[in-house]
Design a protein around this ligand. Structure first.
Ligand code: C2G
Length: 445
């Protein structure tokens, strides 16, 4: 009996896949199909897969071509499978020519002609294409624009900048239209990503929602909770998504860390210490974000996601710039819960170790700097032999994963982002207290 094996994602099963499977079966008597797990696909950069592993397995099974279905979960598994299952022939489409020649050491390798004119990504892109507009002048937006190209079915089509001179931006952003007229910009898009200044967010979001445009906005979404409630309402009434943008929330390592904690990996969480700093040469909100807006939401994110937003008391200590009463060079916030305590330090006028330490009754988590875009963390115990290390690929600092989530929420019309409205509103509440000078301690700058 000639045993054949092939592997694939088989997302949104189409005739290209089916033809491949039929020809693979014809190579022998028994066909095994390895279907990639969601995790493995994400690790190897396939972030747009629409269907779950079970859905993809069922679709292949229903064809009745495969004699056996297995799951491909890790790099190098093909060699294990070929040896374990006594495979005679490995086959895959010609788009992979050369990539699997090394398997020739274990079995025959055959590349079958790929079927032109159809692909899962075309099918995904064709469904509900979203035209995304970007608002802001920050150089970061160039990186954001290039990251957006990894997301099927979402195209950046316009950029709205504040400065008059739009010409120099055109070559940075290929062929998309660049304007400084926000109203006409909104007519060109279905959704916007706002990366301007916090003081401008409310008006920009309000206008976008009034025109039924979905919004992803750098946290904080606004600077006072009355406005936040109004925007949340407006989003619901217009059937639009209003999403906080914090890349950390969409990075795999951070997401897995939260799941481990929820599973009790370190017992009960009793303390969280989070630091985010990056020295800036401007100490005025006129020229940029202050520390509590630039870093506050990111630093408070794990505190509120792990301990909740119902803290008993908050204690804020600030060092304020001599140039601007609303520019904090450094802010430390202590949150006191019934069963835990959290300390957040943020600063653009102070440099510190950007790590996160989560202390528990059975162990602790250490996330090295820069924790907010980490691909690595450790779970440590009293007996170091029990320590565990975790590494998860993080391409593009999490921007592409955040965009996939934004697009999926728009297409499915379900606001299921990683940052709940309660947490988003709490960011705003803390920052509003800063602006209302409800600060318990000041340190001289
Ligand atoms: N395929 C094809 N014609 C297409 C699309 C896909 O012949 N129009 C083939 C691919 O070459 C592959 C199989 O169908 O052999 C499954 O394709 P995908 O689901 O896109 O998965 P892919 O990541 O290409 O799988 O490690 C090997 C990879 O997992 C191959």
């Amino acid at each position: 009996m000639v045993k054949v094996i092939t592997y694939g994602t088989f997302d949104l099963l189409h005739y290209g896949h089916i033809r491949l499977l039929e020809r693979a079966k014809a190579l022998g008597d028994y066909l095994i199909v390895g279907i990639t797990s969601d995790d493995f696909d994400r690790k190897r950069g396939k972030i747009n897969v629409k269907q779950s592993l079970m859905e993809r397995i069922e679709a292949v099974r229903e064809l009745g071509i495969a004699d056996e279905i297995i799951i491909e979960e890790y790099e190098g598994q093909k060699i294990d499978d070929i040896k374990r299952l006594n495979i005679d022939i490995f086959t895959v489409g010609s788009d992979w020519v050369g990539k699997f020649d090394y398997l020739g050491e274990y079995c025959e390798v055959r590349y079958l002609e790929r079927t032109e004119g159809v692909s899962s990504s075309d099918i995904r892109s064709g469904q509900n294409r979203i035209r995304l507009g970007i608002v802001g002048d920050d150089p970061y937006l160039v990186k954001f624009y290039h990251e957006s190209k990894f997301v099927n079915g979402l195209d950046v089509t316009a950029l709205c900048v504040s400065d008059e001179d739009t010409e120099d931006k055109k070559n940075l952003f290929d062929s998309i239209s660049v304007t400084n007229d926000y109203d006409s910009f909104l007519d060109l898009v279905d959704a916007v990503y706002i990366h301007s200044f916090p003081q401008l967010h409310y008006e920009l979001i309000r206008k976008a929602l009034d025109k039924k445009k979905h919004v992803m906005c750098e946290a904080p979404v606004t600077l006072n909770i009355a406005q936040y409630d109004e925007l949340l309402n407006a989003a619901k009434e217009s059937g639009c998504i209003l999403m906080d943008s914090i890349r950390t929330a969409y990075s795999t390592a951070y997401e897995r860390l939260l799941l481990l904690l929820k599973g009790g990996a370190i017992g009960k969480v009793k303390a969280i210490e989070v630091t985010c700093t990056s020295l800036k040469d401007t100490h005025s909100t006129a020229k940029g974000w202050n520390s509590i807006c630039a870093w506050g939401p990111n630093a408070m994110l794990p505190v509120f996601q792990i301990l909740g937003t119902d803290y008993q008391e908050k204690n804020m200590t600030c060092s304020i710039s001599d140039e601007d009463e609303f520019y904090d060079l450094f802010t430390k916030i202590d949150f006191f819960y019934i069963k835990a305590v959290a300390s957040v330090k943020v600063g653009q006028g102070v440099k510190s170790e950007g790590e996160m330490i989560i202390s528990g009754t059975e162990g602790y988590v250490y996330v090295p700097s820069p924790w907010w875009k980490t691909d690595y963390f450790e779970v440590r115990y009293e007996n170091p032999e029990n320590n565990k290390r975790y590494f998860y690929q993080l391409d593009g600092e999490g921007i592409r994963y955040e965009l996939v989530s934004f697009r999926n929420q728009i297409v499915n019309n379900k606001a299921v982002g990683e940052i709940s409205p309660a947490i988003s509103k709490q960011f705003v509440a803390v920052i509003q207290d800063f602006y209302d000078k409800k600060i318990q301690h000041y340190i001289v700058s």
